[in-house]
Design a protein around this ligand. Structure first.
Ligand code: HSE
Length: 308
């Protein structure tokens, strides 16, 4: 019997991961969004926000509704649905808040409609929502939010997305300082062209990171987590970023960098204990500067969006 209502979990994600600007990302086990998608018997998308986060309820401005509308358009469907947010990652936190919502919306809708598409085929629709949030159709949060694991976008035209293997004991500590950075604004800070020498260093690091993850070579992972395209132009938005990175590395982080466009910062770590210690160290950095923050300690999640 066809279902009329479904609840979906969309995980937070860390994108860029150092040298993979717009190309690399991974899913966290938590935090995440929870979204109910239900048929409403009209021909409209209607939004309900049951969370503390401020979310636009105009379907043209809400990223999840834009993603859902894109999918419905392709299916030539004029069925109406409610999208009810029951849990929300803080918008502007740098852990893929809009991607989690867009991914959950299209996965839920697809399931209610009898799964006309494979999950990977839904990615372009989720990207339409991401475009509203960031002004560009990058998929480095969307892809891991939908497919889980660590994903590399080898190419955008056509979309070519591959899972990258990683060691079992790879954990991540993420610190979310309570500052807000809007991705669209943060993208405007990045130069549109880079010198050849910079491009070569970045390509070397991205290849090194993928090789290190695939073979479990932690020192190689550590040498490769470095971003020359975006991070240098964004870090002034965080207080004493260099000191934060140094203290995380001294506490045992394998590689530390801005999570997406920030303000969250990720540290890749070997094992849960190391990740917890690094997380504490990163939290201290903000506490002594009078900034509240929240730490997430998580494995890389094998799963993307889940029906719950
Ligand atoms: N790759 C994107 C950026 C991720 O750095 O702008 C943010 O959503």
């Amino acid at each position: 019997m066809a279902r009329d209502e479904i609840k979906v979990y969309g995980p937070a994600t860390v994108s860029n991961v150092g040298p993979g600007f717009d190309l690399l990302g991974f899913a966290l086990e938590s935090p995440g969004d929870e979204l109910i998608v239900r048929r409403n018997g009209t021909s409209k998308l209607v939004l309900y926000n049951q969370t503390d986060s401020k979310l636009p309820t105009d379907p043209e401005l809400n990223v999840a509704a834009v993603a859902a509308a894109s999918l419905l358009r392709e299916l030539h469907s004029n069925e109406g649905f409610d999208l009810v947010f029951t849990r929300k990652i803080n918008p502007g936190s740098g852990v893929g808040s809009s991607a989690a919502s867009c991914a959950a919306a299209v996965v839920g809708l697809n399931e209610l409609l009898g799964s006309p598409y494979e999950i990977a085929e839904l990615i372009p629709h989720a990207m339409e929502g991401e475009k509203v949030a960031s002004g560009s159709t990058h998929a480095d949060n969307i892809a891991p939010a939908m497919l889980g694991g660590i994903t590399l976008i080898r190419g955008y035209d056509p979309l070519d997305i591959k899972h990258i293997p990683y060691p079992d004991d790879l954990w991540c500590a993420v610190i979310h300082p309570h500052l807000e950075i809007k991705t669209a604004e943060s993208r405007k800070l990045i130069p549109q062209t880079v010198p050849l020498e910079t491009a070569l260093k970045q390509a070397g690091n991205l290849a090194g990171l993928v090789a290190g993850l695939t073979t479990g070579d932690y020192p190689l992972i550590g040498r490769s987590v470095s971003d020359l395209f975006a991070e240098p132009y964004r870090i002034h938005q965080l207080p004493d970023y260099k000191a934060l990175k140094e203290s995380a590395l001294n506490a045992g982080s394998v590689g530390t960098g801005l999570s997406g466009s920030g303000p969250s910062v990720f540290s890749l770590c070997r094992g849960e204990e190391m990740a917890s210690g690094v997380g504490e160290q990163m939290k201290k950095h903000f506490t002594v500067r009078g900034i509240e923050s929240r730490v997430y300690i998580s494995r890389i999640s094998q799963a993307g969006c889940k029906i719950i």
